[in-house]
Design a protein around this ligand. Sequence first.
Ligand SMILES: N[C@@H](CCC(=O)N[C@@H](CS)C(=O)NCC(=O)O)C(=O)O
Length: 261
Amino acid sequence: MHSVTLYHWEPNANSGKPMLALMEKGVAFDSHYLDLLGFDQHKPDYLAINPQGTIPAMVHGERVLTESTAIMEYVEETFPGPRLMPDDPSDRWRIRWWMKFMDQWLGPSFSMIGWSVFVGPAVRGRDPAELKAAVERIPLPERRVAWRKAITGEFSPEEMAESQRRVALGIRMLEQELGRRPWLASDAYSLADINGFNLAYALPLAQPALSNDELTPNILRWLRAIYARPATKACWALGRTNLVKRVTILEQPHIAAGQIA
Ligand SMILES: N[C@@H](CCC(=O)N[C@@H](CS)C(=O)NCC(=O)O)C(=O)O
C-alpha cells in the first residue's frame, strides 16, 4: 500500500497525464483502474472520492486531488525525481500556455472526435434502458450531454466541423513550435510534453491526412522520442483497450502521407 492512489482509466487524455507524470518522477502509486465504458466513474464508491464523477483523481495521504493538469503540477512540486518544470520563468510560462491551450481549446475537440468514433460505438449496442439509467446517474450536466450525443451519434455536423478545424490548426501550431526546439515548450522534457503526448500519441493514425512523416516531421520525431522513454512504455503497458494500443503506430520508422495503417 502506497501513500498515493491514482484513480484512472486508460493511459490516454486526462487519465494518462498524472499516470505518466508519476512514472516519470518514479513515484510508486496504487493504481485503481476505473472502466469508463462500464460507467465506474459514476458509481457511489468513486463519487465519494470525486463527486463530479470524472477521471482522474489522486489521493495522497488524506488529500484528494482532481483536475489532471493541476495534479501533474502537484506531483512535480511534491515528489523528488527528474524535474518536469524548469526554473526559467519564460519556459514555465510557455509550458503553462501550451497546457492551457491543449486543455481548454484543442483537447475538447480531440475528445469530441474520440467520443464519436470510439466511446459511442463501444457502448451503443448495449441495452437501451440500461444505458438511459446509466446516463441519468451522471452528476455533471455537460457530461450527461456528451454521453447522450456519443450514444446516439448526435454530434452535429457543425460541431464536428469546428472540432476538425481546431484539430487541423492545432496540428499546424504543434508542428511549427516543435521546429523551434526539441521538446514542445522548453529545451528539457516537461509537463507540456506529457500533456501533449496524451492528446496526440495516435495522431498519425487518427488524422493520417494531416499528420505523417512527410507533412509533420517535427511532430513525428517528438512523439517517437516520448514513446521511447521507459516511463511512457511502462505507462502504456497498463492500457487494456484498443484505444491505447494505437500507440504502436509510432514503432513504424516512417509513416508516409496517404499510408493506410
Ligand atoms: N478537467 C478534467 C476533466 C476530466 C474528464 O472529463 N475526464 C474524462 C475522461 S478523459 C471523464 O471522466 N469522462 C467520463 C465521463 O464523462 O463520464 C481533468 O482534466 O481532469
